[in-house]
Write a protein that binds this ligand. Structure first.
Ligand SMILES: [Zn+2]
Ligand SMILES: [Zn+2]
Length: 247
């Protein structure tokens, strides 16, 4: 595996200074704990209420009965995802988008410390889970960034939830950008994008990533794990992109 020394050094230095150097709230500059201050935490929109299997909230749609499972959204009825459930504590939008951009594209790992209290209070949504599996990026993207946010988040959540992390998947096809493609083109692009490199037979897994937008990557990754014998796959992402009607 090639190593991007410049990116790796940046990540190492960021982690090191992060430990020894108290930093202010990354959004407003107040407080000294390095975590998001309570005012900024309040700005982060939560995903509330019952959600579809794809993690989209149902808005004001009434549920058929208090004990029944939430109904599926239009897309999941037409095309049920391979994963059986998904959950995200936060909506993707301002100001979280700014934090995630700093994290992913500028390699600012202080963001992890900023959201750690929030992660620590997030309960494990499915207690029968055997292991967490990061949704991997292609090695070329990891090489450019110097780190893989899905893997780092999976490790943080594994600590919070006391579950092992199993990096079972590798991304074997570089899918440069999914933007501007039709759903059909995206699916074709993602088919065989993942390969399973560990035994997952009989395991109940949670796929972990930072943001779920269309869910196409998670669908393809979940299918790959199920094809390899996983018993169940659910998806947890830090944030979910909601359509404007639900945001
Ligand atoms: Zn703040
Ligand atoms: Zn859905």
């Amino acid at each position: 595996m090639p190593v991007n020394l410049k990116a790796a050094t940046k990540v190492y230095c960021s982690t090191f200074f992060n430990r020894i150097n108290p930093s202010p709230c990354p959004l407003c500059g107040k407080s000294e704990s390095g975590a998001l201050c309570t005012d900024c935490l309040r700005l982060l929109a939560r995903v509330t209420g019952p959600v579809c299997r794809c993690g989209l909230p149902h808005g004001d749609t009434p549920l058929p009965s208090p004990d029944s499972l939430p109904p599926l959204c239009g897309r999941c009825i037409r095309q049920p995802p391979a994963f059986s459930a998904s959950q995200s504590p936060l909506q993707y939008g301002f100001p979280l988008d700014a934090l995630i951009t700093r994290y992913k594209h500028k390699g600012d790992l202080t963001v992890e410390r900023a959201i750690l209290p929030l992660l620590a209070e997030t309960p494990l949504p499915w207690p029968d889970t055997d292991a967490l599996c990061p949704l991997p990026v292609h090695w070329r993207r990891r090489w450019r960034r110097g780190f893989d946010q899905g893997a780092r988040l999976a490790n943080l959540m594994g600590d919070c939830w006391q579950r092992p992390v199993l990096p079972a998947l590798v991304r074997q096809r570089h899918t440069p950008s999914q933007q501007g493609l039709t759903r059909h083109q995206r699916q074709r692009n993602l088919r065989q994008a993942f390969r399973c490199q560990h035994s997952v037979t009989g395991l109940r897994l949670i796929l972990v990533d930072d943001v779920m937008t269309t869910g196409s990557s998670a669908r393809a990754a979940a299918q790959c794990l199920l094809d390899q014998g996983a018993k169940d796959v659910r998806v947890w992402t830090l944030a979910r992109t909601l359509p404007p009607s639900l945001a």
